[in-house]
Design a protein around this ligand. Structure first.
Ligand code: PRX
Length: 651
């Protein structure tokens, strides 16, 4: 039994259970526990019912065509994501309702009603069309958290082009890889973005990234002015505001897309060095986003929904943009860091705008805990009625802290498990129906056939762990890996043919609740961000001093996991602190600051099997100070003992 298992067993002994309160139930959207059984008895009927909450130009006749691993949801139905997110609300009484509240890091703010947002999206769609963007094209977006980001996404959706949003914390190099893979001819970026009072030089990165790519035009939003100087390339670089001015103030007709037409591409890390472009559909994706807003987040007309994720990740796509807007809610987006100018920034935002539903990441909660409860106590948080987390397992201490110090003991907590690939939340409580247990994402949502199975594919009994799989297709599932159908099949559908392999391990308890343990593959989850060990390793070996590198994720109190790199240097190179620092910076430069290793350990050799496979499991044991696992398959067992001693005495 591993360490993680022991911790869980201790947890289960003093398991606490929170039942939905009568007050919450009395006002909730979904209160009938029978929904789970109904969806199970007729999943297609359930999803068809959910899909009718969207506006279809042409109704679908078929719900699902399943030819594993290829699913088609609502094929033949015609729909447009931007129309559903904006225009349909503009046409009715929500016209003057606030769609988007934006707060900039320096304290500036902008508010868009549905009508104003729709107007901006229309003008942006005219602009993109004028720049030659057509249905099916890919447009890469490398923008900070400013309103132009959702506006550009929705403008792409309106004319049927796919957006590929690249997180603004990624490096020029990472941006280039994603542009090359997507084959975009247009890049939308900003002069820079604000982060902790500093400027992130996005335009400069973009200039470096596009050399040798298909990009012909760069549209630049001015955000930081003179704070980030970059060259201007007349003819290639265009000013967003000037180009928007040229657009007519007239509606841009929403392209009627087939439900199965792709809506966007979003890159995520896997087991190889090359990030995969996850392809999402228009209709099914929107059904997932829209349904979970109503079921999980219990959204009502008067809610102010604040998801603190960056739109550069899937959580921001689904729960800052498409989910809240598709239900006509008010979505709040914040540009900057949670501790700028002070550690109460989120609480200040919640108080100022009367946020009712707050969705954040466990890693942030652990930071808030470290900073202390005085920060939330400075603010009136009584508007909050529901809280959620995603991105990594939440430890019960963080769950309980959130419940008490942010939720005032009255707000249900939603631990939502999902992935870039799943498009929307998959395992989560329904807040008025499902009793919660701190640390468990509880049970699969209605219509989702998640299970935990052993090596042979048998469902594990209570108390046991195994592979987390999803046994039936669901509307917002990925439709493929961009340009690589074989990788799609191989990664997700080859271990258990016909079932989707999540890559996560989980355990089931006596009540059938699921406890997600984390990745079982070579993916690290640092502060809720997915990073492939292979990506970091290839960044390290691209440095002239490095001969070989092995990267692992070791547990970290705040970030969940931190990156430890074991490195052997080339002949004649001195492995000292300065080199360790240089290598950490090198990785940050090649991939982005989120991939910077917490530590670089120099080794004379790396532990390998006789077939020369690096044994990362042993490296993890070393980094977490555990008793070493089985070393009998090692080519040279002395290597690992030497490393262990070296690691133990590293300070
Ligand atoms: O390991 C799981 C972890 O995050 C991974 C997916 O990351 P990403 O594709 O970036 O999507 C994030 C969407 C929330 C999963 O494979 N993960 C996500 N949510 C949870 C989680 N682990 C435990 N509990 C969760 N609630």
């Amino acid at each position: 039994m591993g360490e993680a298992d022991k911790t869980l067993d201790t947890l289960w002994q003093d398991q606490r259970r929170f039942d939905p309160s009568a007050t919450f139930r009395a006002q909730a959207n979904w209160t009938d526990p029978g929904v789970y059984e109904r969806a199970e008895a007729d999943p297609e009927g359930y999803w068809a019912e959910q899909a009718r909450h969207l506006t279809w130009f042409e109704p679908f006749q078929t719900v699902l065509e399943w030819d594993p691993p290829f699913a088609k949801w609502f094929p033949g139905g015609r729909i447009n994501a931007a129309y559903n997110a904006v225009d349909r609300h503009r046409e009715g009484w929500r016209k003057n309702k606030v769609a988007l509240i934006w707060e900039g890091e320096p304290g500036d703010s902008r508010v868009f009603t549905y009508d104003q947002l729709g107007d901006a999206v229309d003008r942006a769609a005219h602009m993109l069309a004028r720049l030659g963007v057509r249905r099916g094209d890919r447009v890469t977006l490398y923008l900070p958290m400013i309103p132009e980001l959702p506006i550009a996404m929705l403008a792409c959706a309106k004319l049927g082009a796919m957006h590929s949003v690249v997180f603004a914390g990624f490096s020029a190099n990472a941006l280039r890889d994603r542009i090359l893979d997507a084959g975009s001819t247009l890049l939308i970026t900003a002069d820079g973005g604000w982060r902790k009072g500093q400027v992130v030089p996005l335009k400069r990165n973009a200039d470096e990234a596009i050399v040798g790519t298909t990009v012909e035009k760069v549209l630049v939003v001015r955000r930081v002015g003179d704070a980030a100087r970059a060259d201007w390339h007349p003819g290639r670089d265009l000013d967003w505001a000037e180009e928007m001015e040229k657009s007519p103030r007239a509606p841009y007709p929403a392209e009627p897309m087939d439900a199965e037409d792709p809506l966007f591409l979003l890159y995520t890390s896997g087991t190889t060095g090359k990030p995969k472009g996850i392809v999402h559909s228009t209709g099914g994706y929107l059904v997932g986003a829209n349904t979970t807003m109503r079921s999980v987040f219990d959204i009502k007309e008067e809610d102010v929904f604040f998801c603190s994720a960056d739109i550069g990740w899937v959580t921001g796509h689904t729960y800052v943009v498409y989910g809240p807007l598709s239900v006509g809610a008010t979505s709040l987006m914040y540009e900057g860091a949670p501790d700028y100018p002070d550690k109460d920034r989120f609480w200040q935002i919640i108080e100022t705008y009367g946020v009712t539903v707050f969705y954040t990441a466990p890693t942030l909660i652990r930071s808030f805990m470290k900073w202390g409860e005085a920060y939330p106590r400075r603010h009136d948080l009584s508007s909050l009625r529901l809280l959620g987390t995603a991105g990594e397992p939440i430890n019960p201490e963080a769950w309980l802290w959130l419940h008490e110090h942010v939720g005032g003991g009255r707000c249900p907590i939603l631990d939502t498990w999902w992935q870039t690939e799943t498009g929307s939340a998959m395992i989560s409580p329904l807040p008025a129906i499902t009793p919660t247990k701190p640390g468990s994402a509880t049970r699969p949502l209605p219509g989702i056939a998640a299970d935990v199975v052993d090596e042979e594919g048998n469902s594990v009994p209570a108390g046991r762990g195994g592979y987390l799989v999803i046994k039936r297709p669901w509307p917002s599932m990925l439709r493929g890996v961009w340009g690589d159908p074989e990788r799609f099949r191989q990664t997700y559908f080859s271990k258990f043919p016909g079932w989707y392999l999540t890559g996560d391990g989980a355990r089931r308890d006596e009540d059938g609740y699921l406890w997600v343990l984390g990745r079982m593959d070579d993916v690290i989850n640092v502060a809720g961000h997915r990073i492939g060990t292979a990506e970091v390793e290839s960044a390290l070996v691209s440095h002239p001093a490095v001969a070989e590198a092995a990267v692992i994720g070791r547990s970290d109190e705040v970030k969940g996991q931190a990156i430890t790199a074991f490195v052997t240097v080339r002949e004649g190179v001195t492995p000292d602190d300065a080199l360790a620092q240089a290598l950490r910076n090198h990785v940050a430069h090649v991939i982005g600051p989120i991939a910077r290793p917490a530590e670089v350990i120099f080794a004379a050799d790396l532990p390998k099997t006789r077939s020369a496979k690096i044994m990362r499991r042993l490296l993890r044991d070393i980094a977490e100070g555990r008793v070493l696992g089985d070393t009998t398959t090692l080519a040279d067992p002395a290597v690992v003992e030497q490393l262990r001693q070296q690691y133990a005495h590293r300070e």
